[in-house]
Design a protein around this ligand. Structure first.
Ligand code: COA
Length: 372
């Protein structure tokens, strides 16, 4: 047997190959730097890049937008279920269930070909925002609002939630956050999706599993937990004492640190810039000031830089978004990356089945029930 190598949490382990993105030399999607994509692109162009391996030309982009518009029809039984699911259920659990239920109405459900998986990925990209917004409105005593044709996913998300037309600045901020959340190599949820489809299971199962993995506070759930930090600190004057106290108690400050980016998360840089702009527009300069102090103290004490979730939580607050939708918004975007990984895994599949180091008891004798 080959030499056994063990790395807790698979840290540093190369668990497969991918042509979709790399964190080496700063994050890039299919060769394009994240800064370039966020500053110049739109989420739809990025989703196309991830799924189809290259940027679209004008015609391909138009066609994608039309397909997404057509696919945004969510079957009525699913909207009924979204209405009936008990009140306390989280938006992440609703999306996980919806991605599973949507499979039953998907005409390609049993087709695992590349073409069918592209169609299924596009449908989920179009349908999940409708589900998320519908549930949010229903939970708040309002009827769902359907997306308008010819609008971007970012614009429609804001429109469906608030039933009013967002400003260009708000659309840009939402679009950039979707671009930055779209893809991130072998993170936990993507790896979960790849493990699932490596058994030759289907895309909807992979994405339902990925949503379950993303929900945890050490992964996607961190953007919601960042809000707890901001609320607990309360004001700039409290920041230094609060952070030093939390670190002395060995508490983790949500929104800081990263398994891969030990010198800083490149996604956080441009988003911080946008946050600053949006804070001015929406009168949230105080919160920006407080966040800057927290950043400085965490760096002084632990040399930990912020990750993407740190500015994201503030950006969403400035957009007037409810905290319970922060992680679901991450889902809407990451469906593009998950779809690309499912397709890549199946293009060159090998069952993902690692070994475990055994730490249980030595072999022992069976004891009849009466002797236990
Ligand atoms: N706040 C305080 N200390 C932190 C920290 C944080 N957010 N993140 C890491 N550390 C500390 C650890 O306690 C450890 O300190 P020690 O050496 O004194 O024991 C050291 O930094 C190394 O951290 P470690 O937990 O080994 O890093 P990791 O690679 O396992 O963890 C995360 C990566 C993301 C799980 C971790 O940084 C974390 O929990 N961050 C908060 C959650 C978050 O923002 N997640 C979103 C990720 S995009």
């Amino acid at each position: 047997m080959a030499e056994e190598i063990y790395s807790p949490g698979l840290e540093g382990v190369i668990a497969g190959e991918t042509a979709i993105s790399t964190v080496t030399g700063g994050l890039s999607y299919r060769g394009y730097s994240i800064e370039d994509l966020a500053r110049n692109g739109t989420f739809e162009e990025v989703a196309y890049l991830l799924l189809y391996c290259d940027l679209p030309n004008a015609q391909q982009l138009d066609q994608l937008r039309k397909r997404l518009s057509d696919a945004a029809q969510v079957p009525q039984p699913i909207l009924n279920a979204v209405r009936d699911i008990p009140r306390g259920s989280s938006a992440m659990d609703i999306l996980r269930s919806a991605s599973s239920m949507l499979a039953h109405w998907d005409p390609d459900v049993n087709d695992n070909s590349r073409e069918a998986n592209l169609r299924k990925s596009e449908r989920l990209l179009a349908q999940l925002p409708v589900v998320m917004a519908a549930r949010y409105r229903l939970a708040n005593g309002k009827e769902p609002v359907m997306p308008k044709t010819g609008r971007s996913l970012a614009e429609n998300c804001l429109y469906m939630l608030f039933e009013s037309d967002p400003t260009p600045g708000h659309i840009k901020a939402m679009d950039v956050s979707l671009i930055l959340y779209a893809e991130h190599e072998f993170n936990a949820s993507t790896f979960a999706a790849r493990v699932i489809v490596s058994t030759l299971s289907d895309l909807h199962s992979g994405i339902a599993g990925a949503i379950g993995a993303l929900k945890g506070p050490l992964h996607g759930g961190a953007n919601e937990k960042v809000t707890d930090v901001l609320r607990s600190v309360g004001k700039k004057e409290n920041a230094e004492k609060w952070v030093r106290g939390a670190l002395a108690r060995k508490e983790k400050i949500m929104g800081f640190g990263h398994r891969v980016y030990k010198d800083g998360d490149p996604r956080a840089v441009y988003l911080k810039e946008l946050c600053g702009q949006l804070a001015k527009e929406t009168g949230h300069e105080d919160l920006e000031g407080m966040a800057a102090v927290i950043e400085r103290i965490v760096w002084e004490e632990k040399k930990l830089p912020p990750n993407l979730d740190w500015p994201s939580a503030r950006l969403y607050e400035y957009l007037g978004l409810p905290v319970e939708l922060y992680t679901p918004l991450f889902v809407l975007s990451r469906v593009s990356g998950w779809g690309a990984h499912v397709i890549e895994q199946l293009d060159n599949n090998r069952l993902i089945r690692p070994r475990a180091r055994y730490t249980g008891p030595q072999r022992r004798e069976w004891k009849p029930l009466a002797q236990r």
